[in-house]
Design a protein around this ligand. Structure first.
Ligand code: SF4
Length: 227
């Protein structure tokens, strides 16, 4: 078991420093070339891998260009285009409805506030945070996905279980200048080393400060269950 730094703020700062060194090019892995494509890619990425989304959006973004194109597509046609994506039918509906609202209420442009974004169909705080950060350069919060949840709990930064509470706690301890990068670092480390089922603690740059480290700790603090 590693020994965490004395305060959560120090722990968070140390984690950011070490992960930045380990993953200097960490960034979003979804592919898009404008805000609308970003919004659509993020809606599609819920419970689906970025890799799968990138494969599907390649042809989708060639065929559909504007919010009007998506709003005017039939549900069947759009669902068919997305059929290899998890929950494709619901997501096709969210995209059509969101694009309808973007057309009617925002002159065809993806809005730039948390309130307006979360009013769109299928857009929660996580999706809105990604669109604000990468589409509008507005960093209002921290994107909390499954990797951020797992790593934050394993590393003793939070004991909360739900993304919104985790985000609130993280915003108090992660330096504000790293709110955006913190997510990408957790995702990279979660994919490369600290995966859900079998983290490779012996290869981890955080092992000596991680209270879940498998060598000594009997418990995975992410799940609260024994390793
Ligand atoms: S890989 Fe192991 S030591 Fe590293 S953060 Fe994950 S649980 Fe902790």
């Amino acid at each position: 078991m590693g020994t965490p730094r004395e305060s959560h703020t120090e722990q968070a700062g140390e984690i950011v420093d070490r992960l930045e060194e380990a993953y200097p090019d960490s960034t979003i892995s979804l592919r898009y070339s404008n805000r609308l494509e970003l919004l659509i890619a993020v809606i599609l990425s819920a419970q689906c891998t970025d890799e799968r989304v990138n494969t599907e959006t390649k042809h989708l973004f060639e065929k559909y260009d504007s919010a009007e194109d998506y709003a005017n597509a039939s549900q069947e046609e759009l669902a068919e285009e997305l059929s290899s994506i998890t929950y494709y039918n619901s997501k096709a509906g969210y995209i059509r409805d969101s694009c309808q609202s973007i057309l009617e209420e925002h002159d065809g442009e993806v809005p730039d506030t948390m309130e307006e974004l979360t009013a769109l169909s299928g857009v929660g705080r996580k999706t809105a945070n990604v669109v604000l950060q990468h589409g509008h350069d507005v960093v209002e919060g921290i994107v909390v996905d499954t990797h951020v949840t797992r790593l934050s709990r394993r590393l003793g930064l939070t004991t909360e279980e739900y993304p919104e509470q985790i985000e609130t706690e993280l915003m108090e301890i992660v330096p504000e200048g790293y709110w955006q990068q913190f997510t990408h670092l957790c995702i990279d480390h979660g994919r490369a080393v600290c995966d859900a089922r079998n983290p490779d603690c012996s290869e981890c740059v955080l092992a000596d400060i991680c209270p879940s480290e498998k060598g000594d700790s009997e418990v995975d603090l992410a799940s609260g269950e024994p390793w």
